[in-house]
Write a protein that binds this ligand. Sequence first.
Ligand SMILES: N[C@@H](CCC(=O)N[C@@H](CS)C(=O)NCC(=O)O)C(=O)O
Length: 253
Amino acid sequence: MKPGPAALLVGESFSPWTQKARWALEYCGLPFAYREYTPTLSEPWLRWRMRQWSGAVSVPVLLPPAQVVRGSWSIARHADAHAGDGRLGDFAAIAAWNELSEAALAEIRTRVVRGVLASPTALDEALAGLLPAPLRPPLRVVARDAARRLDRKYRHLLVPGALRRALERLRDGLARSSSGYLFERFGYADIAMAVVLEGIAPLARIEPPLGPASRQCWSDPHLAREFGDLLDWRASLAHSPATSYSQLLPVTA
Ligand SMILES: N[C@@H](CCC(=O)N[C@@H](CS)C(=O)NCC(=O)O)C(=O)O
């Protein structure tokens, strides 16, 4: 039989929400193509593909041949249904972990966006995939405008302290577990919490790669030191072919 057209995942490779979706799709073996989204610039195209002319749009979005699946949580459920064997776990039980993850990621986003706004170099790095180096400083205003829009669009989600709370709950959850995962088997709870660590010590392979100033905005060396055990846990997920996915760097000896 001729294979049908593959689903298209639209996302931002640096975004932990896109990473959640991509990890879940790969783990469930759902074939998909990937297209990188550029805030503001890609929006008209995405609205057209989603047939959504008003209201906010965000990524990740999965554009399968028949239906649009919005957001990492729904994409993960869609992927799990495709696999058909419940391999991502019990979503009712996972929901509390995903809420912790969402709140932590909202705090990370606000910190990253405001860090980028305060750094001319990071603003220029944000234009690296779009413009040659000499054009970036004069057009920095474009990156600044896009970052300000993102800050305004999502700042209502900020709950200060959410990141620390998520890290502490993850540590407790893993300490209570005998499997090394949040439930008996690896699943979406682990994925949702592992991507939070991108906001204290980025590890995922990103295209185009983060420049050094942007990388600094994504990093929190104090939290990374304090929660080194969680970074080790993530490294063990990255290291095992059973739990890793394409954006996690191969762990070198
Ligand atoms: N709850 C959504 C959140 C997605 C989200 O916050 N996406 C942001 C990532 S920074 C986005 O689309 N930013 C680009 C934009 O809004 O234009 C999910 O789980 O997918």
